[in-house]
Write a new protein. Sequence first.
Length: 247
Amino acid sequence: MSPYDDTSKEELIFLFERIASLRILVIGDLIVDNYVWGTVNRISPEAPVPVIRTQKKEARLGGAGNVAANLASLGSQVTLAGICGDDDYEDIILELCHKKKIDPVIVEISGRRSSVKSRIIAQNQQLLRIDEEDCEHISGADADTVFRQIREYDASVDGVIISDYNKGLLTPDLTAHILGHFNNIPVIVDPKSNDFSKYRGATTLKPNRKEFGNAIRHPDLKDEEIDQYARQLVDELKLQGLVITLG
């Protein structure tokens, strides 16, 4: 049975109309997803690896950028805040945001690489992924710069989404400042960090089952135990809700 079987058409229309009216600030780790499609007709004489004849290349918003793009596609007015390295990818991110009608607030970090994931695909099969990134926490000074850029949005947005891919932007201090500053509107967190304590005071957390189990130091969590541990975490972190996806 679909979860929408008991939902009327009118209710779904109202839901999508409501989403389209929202102003959302997405804060999180920006990733550029590069895709290279091609064909393989032979093996390289230099090494036992396939030779890819390139047919198409495409760059997409990944990480928090993908969240922002999905919201924008539903009609929401979206602002995307994050960091990039001092490289050519800032222009790519800005161009992709422009195409998706997303308002970008991007802070360039000197000496840091942008997070880029490049996937090589042939005959509908992913052959290789190349990750280029620096994942250490940003400095306190850089975190202050990011916070100054986003704190002015408290009066102009209906909600905040924190999209944490554990790539170094959302330090415990910066996360605490964000949650404290936007405490009068809903803040939803999609966490990747195993330390959920830094999200204390958020409105709702949305981990998947594996992330939840790792965060509570119980990776072999049984179905019948989820409710008990979920309620404990809601109380401990002073959340209004916890959504655990089973993916």
